[in-house]
Design a protein around this ligand. Structure first.
Ligand code: GUN
Length: 286
């Protein structure tokens, strides 16, 4: 069994980003900058944002957080995004999800200028990915999963892959990217009628259902690769994924731990996306 060590792989990626930023500093170029907008005080979201900013700072990237109260109006959020779009010292804008119920996620995300869409969540980037355009900024979790498989030479070409998630941020863009790479993809979700029907033949399972123990080792085939994207807390307040790692690992060819699997890869890819946007921008302005 191979442990897909996202923590280790993400460290290597972060060192590359840091070297890249150091070169910019040596050349007296502007330092890249990320702005994260967060609405409300959801505890988990604040931890994610803190980790994103910490990773930026570790690499010499400027990270700024704009914290809005739960009651902020949609017009004020949009006005802020429009100002950030105009600010040439900012390379990436990330709106942390989920947003408060009265805010329209689709409208707000699509106010982000495409050349600052570091999360790849605007319709333009989603459409580029759908059409197989290499120019798309790919959502960080999706890009992180592919980079992790790549790091362990696990090819997706011609593989049967089941994704247990159909969100705009994970399931749908991941399905498009995997399909572009030659995989046969099934998009399931936590309400799928007979999940085992799909899981039992899958070469790779990507689970982001947010339900611990949604499926077990008996439901998957010997030698499966398990990518567990979810972060749940079990009854002992311990962080766990969708699968029972200990019970599942004996049956797998490779599996991600939770924590330390996809999570750190997502953050590393955020930094990579930011650097892509930075360099694209300096090509235009230099
Ligand atoms: N909420 C949970 N994960 C993410 C992410 O990767 N990006 C954004 N914008 N919000 C999230």
């Amino acid at each position: 069994m191979i442990l897909l060590d996202g923590k280790k792989i993400s460290q290597k990626i972060k060192i590359n980003v840091k070297n890249n930023v150091n070169q910019l500093i040596k050349a007296k170029k502007r330092v890249p900058q990320l702005v994260v907008i967060i609405v409300g005080d959801d505890y988990a979201s604040h931890i994610y944002v803190k980790n994103k900013i910490k990773a930026c700072e570790e690499c010499g990237i400027k990270g700024q957080v704009i914290n809005f109260a739960e009651t902020i109006s949609q017009a004020e959020v949009i006005e802020t995004i429009e100002k950030l779009n105009q600010n040439s010292t900012i390379d990436g804008i990330l709106v942390q999800l989920p947003l408060a119920k009265h805010l329209n996620e689709f409208t707000i995300l699509n106010k982000i200028a495409v050349n600052k869409d570091v999360d790849g969540l605007t319709s333009i980037n989603a459409g580029k990915l759908l059409q197989g355009n290499n120019n798309a900024i790919v959502p960080c979790t999706v890009k992180g999963i592919i980079a992790l498989l790549d790091a362990y030479n696990l090819s997706v070409r011609s593989k049967d892959i089941v994704i247990v998630n159909n969100s705009n941020i994970v399931g749908k863009p991941l399905a498009m990217l995997l399909s572009n790479l030659g995989a046969t993809v099934t998009i399931a979700n936590k309400m799928t009628n007979d999940l085992s029907l799909y899981l039992k033949t899958a070469d790779i399972i990507v689970s982001a259902a947010g339900v611990h123990d949604l499926f077990d080792a008996k439901m998957v085939k010997e030698g499966v690769v398990i990518i567990d994207v979810a972060i749940n807390t079990n009854k002992n307040q311990k962080l766990v994924g969708d699968v029972d790692f200990q019970a599942m690992k004996a049956k797998t060819k490779a599996i991600t731990p939770v924590p330390g699997g996809v999570g750190p890869m997502t953050i590393a890819m955020l930094l990579e996306n930011l650097m892509i946007l930075y360099h694209q921008k300096s090509l235009i302005t230099s």
